[in-house]
Ligand binder design. Structure first.
Ligand SMILES: [Zn+2]
Length: 284
């Protein structure tokens, strides 16, 4: 073989070997490759998250949280504890309606992650609350919302858009936002504790725990909703998920969750549990 051929082969080989080398020649290891769902968090919270590194979400504050703790949890376990990857346990799919058994996209929230983004104590959250002039032309009243991650600005955009539809006035009434509390019937912190959630039009709404006071998380329940879908679509356009897309419906509830509206690289999440997939002792 001629010297030229050897040189060409060597060049080809080196280009194959260095295919994981970054544009500036930094050698990346397998661990530095960013999982798609970590990439989606970076996209949704760029002011809070600096980077993903070695299975950790690294915040601008310096805090590092494990992205995937390696634990595969059942739904029951996920209600008590989640890691960050579990946020994406189910994709928020606006075409999947009404929600089928166990489909509660966005209802699994990593407390450690949201504590870091919005504040871990009431005082920390309160420091970031600002006033949103909620639908004044439709009879709404000002509410407080966190300014972090663009949440208050997003709620103001929702309000501005709702105001273009006077017929929606009954749906914006009685808005309730920040409330440092646990989720009814649980020990888990409510998203209202972070100033990222708003409940509206309570008299026109349905909440599964109030509709079925004796039902457990595992029971099959009938979906109930009379909420105006136009209101829902406006919220969703601005990064809010709706509790009416949950099997465990909470139709008054909207929650700012921009990560749920980022686009996954491969749409392979089909994670609805079946009655059979729940452990027997947890069925009731
Ligand atoms: Zn709520």
């Amino acid at each position: 073989m001629s010297r030229v051929v050897y040189t060409l082969l060597a060049l080809l080989l080196s280009s194959c070997i260095s295919s994981t080398t970054g544009p500036r020649g930094d050698h990346r290891t397998e661990q530095d490759l960013v999982p798609d769902n970590a990439r989606r968090l970076l996209e949704a919270y760029p002011q809070q998250i600096a980077r993903y590194q070695n299975n950790e979400i690294v915040f601008h504050s310096g805090t590092r949280l494990k992205f995937d703790d390696g634990v595969k949890r059942t739904i029951d376990e996920m209600h008590l504890e989640q890691d960050i990857k579990d946020i994406f346990f189910q994709e928020y799919d606006t075409t999947r309606f009404p929600p089928d058994y166990g489909y509660d996209p966005g209802r699994y929230r990593s407390a450690a992650f949201f504590d870091e983004i919005y504040g871990a104590t009431a005082d920390e959250v309160i420091d970031s609350l600002v006033v949103v002039n909620w639908c004044p032309r439709l009879g709404g009243t000002p509410v407080v919302f966190t300014k972090i991650a663009g949440a208050a600005e997003a709620l103001q955009r929702v309000s501005d858009e709702l105001e273009q539809h006077p017929e929606l006035a009954p749906w914006v009434e009685g808005a309730q936002t920040f409330n440092y509390r646990t989720i009814y019937g649980t020990e888990r912190k409510s998203p209202h504790s972070y100033g990222i959630a708003i409940d509206i039009a309570v008299p026109h709404s349905h909440y599964w725990r109030f509709s079925y006071p004796k039902a457990s998380e595992h029971d099959e329940i009938e979906y109930l909703n009379t909420f105006n879908i136009k209101v829902v679509e406006i919220f969703e356009r601005h990064g809010f998920i709706w509790g009416g897309r949950w099997y465990h419906f909470d139709t008054m509830h909207f929650e700012y969750r921009p990560e749920m509206f980022t686009t996954p690289q491969n749409n392979s999440s089909e994670n609805s549990p079946t009655l059979e997939s729940l452990s027997p002792e947890t069925k009731s």
